[in-house]
Design a protein around this ligand. Sequence first.
Ligand code: ATP
Ligand code: MG
Length: 239
Amino acid sequence: MKPPLLDGTGIGKRFGGLRVLTDVGFTVGEGEIVALIGPNGAGKTTLFNLISGLLRPETGTIRIGDLPITALPPHRICRLGVGRTFQTPRPFLDLSVAENVRMAALFGRRPGPVLEELLELVELAGDMGLTARHLPVARRKLLELAMALALRPRIMLLDEILGGLTPTEVGRVTAILRRVRDEWGIALFWIDHVMWALMEVAERVIVLHHGELIAEGRPGSVARDPRVLEAYLGQPTGS
Ligand SMILES: Nc1ncnc2c1ncn2[C@@H]1O[C@H](COP(=O)(O)OP(=O)(O)OP(=O)(O)O)[C@@H](O)[C@H]1O
Ligand SMILES: [Mg+2]
């Protein structure tokens, strides 16, 4: 059987005495949209840092297809097709939108998509010449998305791309991300706190709480899971 695009087993991570992830396992299939949710401090960003090679786990293995990547440096993992956006976007502020995307494309594993096509997809074609510093937050996030897409990833790790956006902007960015998957076939592993949007687009949801996987499944069933409700509401719901 073909292995999933991305797969982790038995992942454990500590920061000094603080155990941040314990025996976490996950998979993301080719072209799949998987949401990663959980209360603040659950360990979500840490898991992304482990996948992209910024940190190393103490236990467990992460694979792309058959290939273990746990010991590889970030640039190798990036070249294997793992793209990423950060909780705080960080484009080169003095460069234009187009220059930022061209710059990012230089680090790609193969020639990137055509600039115009890429900016069209993220709805920034009209802002090509604008300096990144002058972009409002939503469009800055779309620029960061375009920079990550310029590397032609097979999977994109999205860390709170919807954070700080208005409901209208959330709808727009979500629609763009759906097109990224539908038209470009890129899998999305997606952390966010904007539940209504995630629940609409995610095919599968993974829930972390205090560094442990407490639920996984379709959005509808995860949203009703008593352990998930308890994690978010902070009190038992069964009694
Ligand atoms: N470099 C670090 N050194 C020490 N502790 C850290 C480090 N990075 C994260 N932590 C701690 O690890 C835990 C998990 O943090 P993480 O950022 O992964 O959570 P998160 O699920 O992404 O939360 P949020 O939803 O608020 O972004 C937190 O208790 C955090 O304070
Ligand atoms: Mg985080």
